[in-house]
Design a protein around this ligand. Structure first.
Ligand code: ADP
Ligand code: MG
Length: 728
């Protein structure tokens, strides 16, 4: 067995990087496989083109006739790109993407073979998707659910398939995916933010949320992953002693990217360019064999689709380079896990970033308005924010001194803290002319300069302001960004609509001027939301205590974090913003708890196999070697063998005890898992897995890892951390 380990390593050392031979000018191939504006102009009639534009910009319905025209154009374009099939491409609640390919090919009534794709097929499909999680939203007789075209995210050709981004809903209209509520939240944001932006510029017609994600991942040779059942089946190592050299020296971070990895990245980037994913940055991350990729930000719905798509593309390209991508939040104990920073901002149809200060006091007041409202929203809904990044994998990463803790706080930097402190002192009601001048000149007038050195010195905060955007850093690497983006945009939309009502009321009822009313409300928000702001070290134990004192939530596990979904406040919020109804929320809650329980259950089974079928046999083989050795000593030295072989005897005993202990714990773990599986209440079942079963997996791991240190290296059957992390 262990000889396989060494064969694998030898094979990997002999691998050469694969470079796609031609590097094309990126700007030339960008969007080549996307049914974008240019493609539509070429392939659909002027009338149909206008219909799509209206649908994208104003949400207008597309009638059947126009849909037929668009479908024909889309089909011809896709065929010109080598497509033979089409699929509705959607994001069910499994966290991945789903597709079911149908050929364009058909046989017409008169037996003539044709390529066919019409409006009905473009607009709506009924995949037989009854196996996707629905949290009880579909009875089996209505199990089908259907997918419906989302024209705001362009169709694309990937491989030989035309992919059409769609939503996925039940027959009765409930959302069964992440995209449906995201689109509703973005819509709510557009309405609320546009109204507020119009205080400052009457010409604003719409506001888009923007997202720029940064994706962290590990890249390992395929052979390594295939040889470790835990990595292969659960995406993370369930056993393995920490390598002597991990990331202590920080010598991987931003270091020179290894050749085989560059080969992979180059091909990946070229594919991304063709698919219209604007990837820009690539670098080594902190841990060995860990990397990061980031695009230029885009409108949030598109960016979410692109992130979901890129994870799929990465898998495929990695395969060509004989790599496997690990998206798990915590693949290795003792070194950093992976996250996905979500950079978020708001942009008007005129291209103005509302979280960026401008050249006039009024523009800066606009910036402050959106800035403070965002902080207030996060303050009011911190628990909901936390729930949006809850997963079995992320539980292992948040708070592990490498990622923000499971406490949501906002970091804004010293300079902006000073600005908010000054605004807190603004007088109540009408402002004197002197106070107004003072505010305009000395507080808001100075904001652009202040922001110039608003360096992002704090990487430990869950939600940090970084100059012209907020960065949500608690999102897990494997997540669909749709959920955290749905929550963030919903809560800020709600906050902005409340703000608008309050400001209008001060203007109407108290006769204040617009800017006075805004200052008055912002002052109250700054006061009310103070406890969410934290500038110190988010990793420290002091912060945990301080956060508790402040009354901030600290939910370390999924079952705890999800509780808030069922609160009256959450249900009322989603209802008011028309994002999710009560049944949909409840379904999501159940699905996530079930997913958590299942993942831990699977991990416990994999661990059982590895410990029982691999680690224990290795221990016995090594024990036999020791026994043979002691017997030999006895033969050669007679009675003094006890003294000469004392250490061997010790080890034999230690091995026997470990084997006994591991078997006992495996048995207990299995009993707990069995008990847990019989609990019908979703929360209690999740807790049983999360607390009791997971606790045994930790104890068993420790016992096995100790054996890894004890047993002769050439007899250890599993690839070790140093081999997983340093072979490439
Ligand atoms: P880092 O956070 O690694 O220091 P940057 O601050 O330069 O790097 O930017 C990180 C990400 O922020 C980029 O991937 C980019 O897409 C995103 N970003 C920049 N501006 C915006 C914006 N207005 N809205 C959303 N994302 C943005
Ligand atoms: Mg960042």
């Amino acid at each position: 067995m262990s000889s396989v380990r060494f064969e694998i390593l030898r094979e990997i050392y002999n691998k050469k990087p694969i470079f796609v031979d031609k590097i094309e000018r990126r700007s030339k191939i960008f969007g080549e496989n996307v049914f974008n504006d240019a493609a539509m102009r070429q392939y659909v009639s002027e009338g149909a083109y206008q219909t799509i534009k209206y649908a994208i910009e104003f949400g207008r319905k597309i009638d059947r006739k126009q849909a037929d025209h668009i479908a024909t154009g889309m089909k011809n374009w896709a065929i010109s790109k080598g497509a033979t099939h089409y699929t509705h491409w959607f994001q069910p609640l499994t966290g991945t993407t789903a597709e079911k390919h149908d050929a364009f090919f058909n046989i017409a009534d008169d037996q003539v073979p044709v390529d066919k794709f019409d409006g009905a097929q473009l607009v709506q499909q009924e995949p037989d998707a009854s196996s996707f999680p629905s949290g009880g939203l579909r009875n089996t007789f209505e199990a089908r659910g259907y997918t419906a075209w989302d024209p705001t995210s362009p169709a694309f050709v990937f491989g030989s398939t035309l992919c059409i981004p769609t939503i996925f809903v039940s027959y009765t209209g409930e959302a069964l995916d992440t995209k449906t509520p995201l689109l509703k939240a973005l819509n709510a944001m557009d309405e609320a933010a546009t109204e507020v932006a119009r205080y400052f510029d009457k010409n604003v017609n719409s506001v888009n949320a923007t997202l720029g994600w940064e994706q962290e991942f590990f890249l390992l040779d395929k052979l390594l992953v295939n040889a470790r059942p835990d990595l292969l089946l659960s995406g993370r190592t369930l056993l393995g002693h920490v390598a002597v050299k991990g990331q202590q020296l920080d010598d991987h971070y931003f270091g020179s990217i290894p050749d085989r990895v560059i080969g992979f990245m180059r091909e990946l980037e070229i594919e991304c360019m063709r698919l219209g994913i604007p990837v820009k940055t690539r670098h080594n991350e902190v841990a060995p064999n860990q990397f990061e990729l980031a695009p230029i930000h885009e409108e949030a719905n598109k960016a979410v689709d692109h992130n979901s798509l890129i994870m799929d593309v990465m898998d495929k390209i990695a395969n060509k380079h004989q790599f496997k991508v690990l998206f798990h939040e915590k693949p290795f104990e003792g070194i950093n896990g992976s996250g996905k920073h979500n950079n978020w901002s708001l942009t008007t149809d005129g291209g103005v970033n509302l979280l960026s200060p401008g050249s006039t006091p009024m523009k800066n007041l606009q910036f402050l308005t959106f800035f403070i409202n965002t902080i207030k929203a996060v303050h009011d809904y911190e628990e909901l924010m936390r729930s949006s990044v809850a997963s079995a994998g992320n539980d292992l990463r948040l708070g592990a001194n490498e990622a923000p803790p499971a406490i949501i706080s906002v970091f804004i930097g010293d300079q902006l803290t000073k600005v908010l402190d000054e605004l807190e002192g603004v007088s109540k009601g009408k402002l004197s002319p002197q106070e107004k001048t003072e505010l305009k000149l000395n507080v808001i007038g100075k904001i652009p300069d202040v922001l110039l050195d608003n360096t992002d010195s704090n990487r430990t905060s869950a939600f940090a302001f970084t100059g012209s955007k907020f960065e949500f850093r608690a999102v897990g690497a494997k997540f669909n960004c749709g959920t955290p983006m749905m929550v963030l945009n919903t809560i800020v939309a709600k906050q902005l609509s409340d703000f608008k009502k309050e400001v209008d009321s001060l203007i109407e009822k108290k006769g204040l001027k617009k800017d006075e009313a805004i200052f008055n409300i912002l002052r109250e928000y700054i006061k009310a939301s103070k406890k969410i702001r934290f500038e110190g070290d988010g990793y420290s134990i002091d912060w945990e205590k301080e956060a508790k004192r402040r009354g901030l939530s600290h939910h370390k596990t999924v079952p705890d974090a999800l509780k808030v979904l069922l609160s009256k406040k959450t249900i009322a919020l989603f209802k008011e913003m028309k994002v999710l109804n009560e049944e949909e929320i409840y379904a999501r809650y159940e699905i996530e708890l079930a997913d958590y329980a299942k993942k831990i259950h699977i991990e416990s089974k994999i661990l059982f196999d590895m410990a029982h079928n691999t680690v224990i046999p290795a221990a016995i083989r090594f024990q036999n070697l020791l026994i043979e050795n002691v017997q030999g000593l006895k033969e050669v030295f007679g009675a003094s063998y006890r003294d000469l072989g004392a250490e061997q005897l010790n080890m034999i005993e230690q091995l026997a005890n470990s084997i006994k202990e591991i078997r006992k714990k495996l048995h207990l773990m299995t009993m707990e898992a069995e008990k847990a599986s019989k609990i019908s209440d979703a929360k209690k079942r999740a807790e049983a897995y999360g607390y009791r079963v997971r606790e045994y997996t930790k104890q068993i791991r420790e016992l096995c890892d100790n054996l890894e240190v004890l047993i002769a290296d050439d007899m250890w059957p599993l690839l070790k951390f140093r081999e997983l992390l340093y072979s490439r």
